[in-house]
Design a protein. Structure first.
Length: 224
């Protein structure tokens, strides 16, 4: 199951997409306040965005550029303006694919599934990472501890995956930021701190207090 955010001004279209993608087991939300798309994105932390171009207040290109300052989450543009100029503009602004309206919902789900496979392709040799009886599932972005499954956001999962892959070693803040946002030069250093604090609170609520240690001036490390 993946989290998908739909940014589409037509309620009929967005409702149909939401219903169809939920049948595939995805968690789907639709933006309704188009002046606060980035705020909704930050709260929901989606793993894929379906973005219309023609929106109230600011167009889809604007919001794509804003999202790209924070995240490399896959973005599929959806628009009735399917001419070459708009497709090229969408790609140049950071879009990953383009779907021309009107479209068949089966085509939508096929594009979504293909994009998710490419973006979240995990190591085929194993779908699990383990550290001191804590298991990280690469298949469904969850953490299992003492029989309880904890769902993780995309960023939370990426942080833990990197720490699990380097268990016993200190992982620098720069390396984590590179994993999360591809080009850390454009990300406020405080953004990682916010993500890390949120993850630590979630782990503590699950009984994993001090599971991630801070190594001052060096980075982070699993507590082992």
């Amino acid at each position: 199951m993946f989290r998908i955010l739909i940014v589409e001004d037509d309620n009929i279209i967005s409702g149909a997409m939401k219903k169809h993608l939920e049948k595939w087991g995805h968690e789907v939300e639709c933006v309704t306040d188009f002046s606060r798309v980035l705020a909704h994105f930050g709260r929901f932390d989606p793993q894929l965005v379906l973005m219309d171009i023609g929106l109230p207040f600011y167009n889809g290109y604007y919001w794509c550029a804003e999202i790209r300052k924070l995240s490399q989450v896959p973005i599929i543009f959806i628009s009735s303006a399917g001419d070459n100029m708009n497709i090229v503009m969408a790609v140049n602004m950071g879009g990953d694919d383009f779907l021309v309206k009107p479209f068949d919902l089966e085509v939508l789900s096929a594009k979504v599934q293909a994009m998710l496979r490419r973006a979240y392709s995990f190591h085929r040799q194993s779908s699990l990472l383990e550290f001191k009886n804590v298991v990280l599932s690469l298949a469904d972005l969850s953490l299992v501890f003492e029989g309880r499954s904890l769902k993780l956001s995309g960023n939370e999962f990426k942080i833990l995956q990197l720490l699990f892959e380097n268990a016993g070693d200190v992982v620098s803040r720069e390396r984590i930021m590179k994993r999360l946002w591809d080009d850390e030069c454009f990300v406020d250093d405080n953004t990682l701190t916010v993500n890390m604090n949120r993850l630590r609170r979630k782990l503590e609520e699950a009984g994993l207090k001090d599971f991630i240690l801070t190594r001052k001036g060096a980075g982070y490390q699993l507590n082992g």
